[in-house]
Design a protein around this ligand. Structure first.
Ligand code: ATP
Length: 135
């Protein structure tokens, strides 16, 4: 079994879709290992998105992820990293396949509802950032 770091970004909370999105992960069979509603500052955003801080799209992304509360989660299950990314769908909600979270619920490249770690290595790094005390 494997763990992955998932964020239900501020658009999910603002739009009242926490239950809908979390329900899809639960229905798939993933277990919730940690879960917290919190609002992050710019420094925490930079840490999480370390690989993107120099990109053109980063300043508006930073403003977005710090714009209100988000739900940080650690999910666990067989091949959780890949499974979550498949459920999330392509980055751009306009292009994501119907049936995926983004494909069904997002029409944006930035406000795309969810984040999921992109590899087991990223998952360990991100889980340490978000839940440093998780055993
Ligand atoms: P995530 O890492 O959040 O699961 P992802 O792996 O599909 O998403 P990345 O390429 O890692 O996408 O980009 C991280 C986040 O940055 C995206 O989820 C999206 O919110 C934002 N983003 C990525 N590319 C763009 C872009 N071209 N324009 C605006 N926002 C973008």
């Amino acid at each position: 079994s494997q763990r992955t770091l998932v964020l239900l970004k501020p658009d999910t909370v603002r739009r009242g879709l926490v239950g809908e999105v979390l329900g899809r992960f639960e229905a798939k069979g993933l277990s919730i290992v940690a879960m917290d509603l919190r609002t992050i500052d710019g420094e925490q955003a930079d840490q999480h998105y370390a690989e993107h801080v120099e990109r053109d799209f980063y300043p508006p992304l930073r403003a977005f992820v710090t714009s209100g509360p988000l739900v940080a989660l650690v999910l666990e299950g067989d091949e959780a990293v890949e499974v979550v990314r498949a459920l999330n769908g392509a980055t751009d909600g306009r292009k994501a396949a119907p049936g995926t979270i983004r494909g069904d619920l997002s029409l944006s490249n930035r406000e795309n509802l969810v984040h999921g770690s992109d590899s087991p290595e990223s998952a360990s790094r991100e889980i340490k950032i978000w839940f440093p005390d998780l055993p």
